[in-house]
Design a protein around this ligand. Structure first.
Ligand SMILES: [Zn+2]
Length: 162
């Protein structure tokens, strides 16, 4: 079984690693609520809770904020680059297989670079937030896992869970 992120196909195991490293780097770099929201959204791609092989997405589904789109896009590119530079990997209890992971990160960066504001779903942010209840991390100050310094999603810590 596998997941597709855009046209990137990853095994279930590689998918866990891919989101582990992005949540780690994104959590370390996020400075605005809009950036934190994107990391939390990525952290919700949690196979342990959503089901294995069940968390693929297309890039236009990302809940982009229209008014900060370019800044947020740039942030995600920085998060991918930082993941490639192994930011906070010492917090993982394993070492990712770089030969498998890095091509996926490179492809993801290319997909993000290519996404255009008129290709995104304009209401995806509002729709996603409308589903969040008051205890959801995006609604209550973006708590972090003390062990991994990772932003939590409604499912908890992506790295603890996977
Ligand atoms: Zn954790």
């Amino acid at each position: 079984m596998s997941n597709f992120v855009g046209d990137i196909q990853m095994s279930n195991g590689l998918t866990d690693v891919f989101f582990n490293v992005l949540v780690l780097s994104g959590s370390a770099l996020a400075r605005t609520d809009s950036e934190r929201r994107l990391v939390v959204w990525l952290a919700e791609k949690d196979q342990s809770r959503m089901g294995y092989g069940a968390i693929g997405f297309d890039l236009f589904e990302i809940p982009w904020a229209l008014d900060t789109f370019e800044v947020d896009k740039n942030f995600l590119l920085q998060a991918v680059a930082a993941a490639r530079n192994r930011l906070n990997w010492e917090k993982l209890d394993y070492h990712p297989n770089e030969d498998a992971l890095f091509p996926c990160l490179d492809q993801f960066a290319k997909l993000i670079s290519g996404i255009d504001i008129d290709k995104i779903q304009p209401n995806s942010l509002e729709e996603w937030l409308a589903e969040a209840d008051a205890s959801d991390p995006v609604m209550c100050g973006f708590p972090m896992c003390p062990k991994h310094q990772a932003l939590l999603s409604v499912f908890g810590c992506h790295i603890c869970n996977n």
